[in-house]
Structures are given as structure tokens and as C-alpha cells.
Design a protein around this ligand. Sequence first.
Ligand code: GLN
Length: 249
Amino acid sequence: MTQPEFAVAQPEHGELRILQLYPTAMNIYGDWGNTLTLARRAAWRGYRPVILEYNGGGELPEADIVVGGGGQDSGQEAIIEDFARIGPELVRRAEDGVPMLVICGMYQLFGHDFTIVSGRVLTGLGILDVRTRGTETRLIGNIVTDSEEFGTILGYENHSGQTELGPGARPLGTVRVGAGNNGEDGTEGARAHNVVGTYLHGSLLPKNPAVADFLLRTAAERRYGEFAGADLDDSAEERARRSAESRPR
Ligand code: GLN
């Protein structure tokens, strides 16, 4: 991926390292835009964003925020061996409170397992108490959900995996328009520690600055003890939200 330059607002408050997991195999429907949004919003507040990519092999770089995108079943199969190798380190960091955003295919792999239609079981990390089964039905379209923590969350979903929450999982939100985790129980996504798992592409974060700022605030407070920088003018984001909310499925 190209590494854009970001003009960092003054005064500067230090760097924030944003690590995208497997962008080569796991990055569809604009998920890289989540990393760009975090970097941009960090820079607007005076944090110097450092974007890191991990595509497998070697050590997992240290980072203040971890982001993972969606992928086809084949993308998930392509990374699963390496993912199992770095899994314990991701679990350790999640339990330590590192903020993480995982979308769709990576969300599924942050659960216990994903059983592909072929019958192959991809073992996940179990950070989120969810379990996913591939189906012949594809759940596609714009989606509107309501979250106690973040308000209305808007995005686009496209998945044939259907996810069930276990007793230890908190859903991220409740579906108003769309399918969500499984099209049945009205839940969408899952939360644990500072990890946000969701089916929502879009990209998610440009239209959902409350989620972006949760990740940035948590990262800054963990590293520097406070979240500095001015409040941002989110009027353009608000317009994008209103437009997304009014779009039919
Ligand atoms: N392969 C998974 C599914 O279809 C994830 C798809 C995605 O990440 N968009 O369920």
C-alpha cells in the first residue's frame, strides 16, 4: 500500500502506530480506509501517524492500534497458518487493552472458529465469544445498527458466514436495517476488552467517527496517559452519515 503523508497539526503530541493485519489478503470493500481515517484523525489532533502493515512472516510489529479487514474465504485460508502463529501475541495484546478493529473476515477469525461451506474449520483466536458457519445465503447490502456505546453505526455488509454469539459476547449493536451477525437474532458485531468486531465495511470509520475516536482515545490514553488535541469538525461526516442512513438496503 502507498504510505500517504499526513500534515500533523501543531502542537505535536507524539506518534501513534496503526498496524493493519494482512492487507494483501484481507482488505476488501475499502477496509484500508479505516487505517487512513485513523491516521488522518490522529494527524488532525497533533499525533504523528505511523502506518504499519503485517502480511505474515516474522514478528508482529508493536502498535498502538490494530486493524484487520475483511477477506474472501480463500483469503482467510491463505493467512490462517501464519495467523495461528501470531495468534497468542494478538490475544495477549487484546487482553492487555490494545484497541483493535476487526471487520468481517477478520472478525470471524477473532472468534472461536469459522466453518467454511466446504467443511474446513478455520480455528480463530477466541478473543470474541462468537462462532461462525458458512452458508449458501449471502447477506448483502447497506446496514444501519444502533449501539449503546457509539450511537448509530452505518455501513455495508457482504458475507455468507453467519455468526452466533456465545454467553460471553456482547453485541456491538442492534440491527435496524440489514442482517448483521446472522439475519435472525438482530445482533451485529461483538465487543470484548477494547476490541470491536463487526461485519460493517464501507469503509466503516469515515462515516462512524465515534468508533474511530474510541480507538484513538484508547490508544493515546494507554500510551501517553491522555487524549490531547482539539475536537474535530465532523460536519462532512455528519452529512455522509445522513446520506448513508437514508439509502435503501
Ligand atoms: N468470507 C467471509 C464470508 O463471506 C467474510 C467475507 C468478508 O470479509 N466480506 O462470510
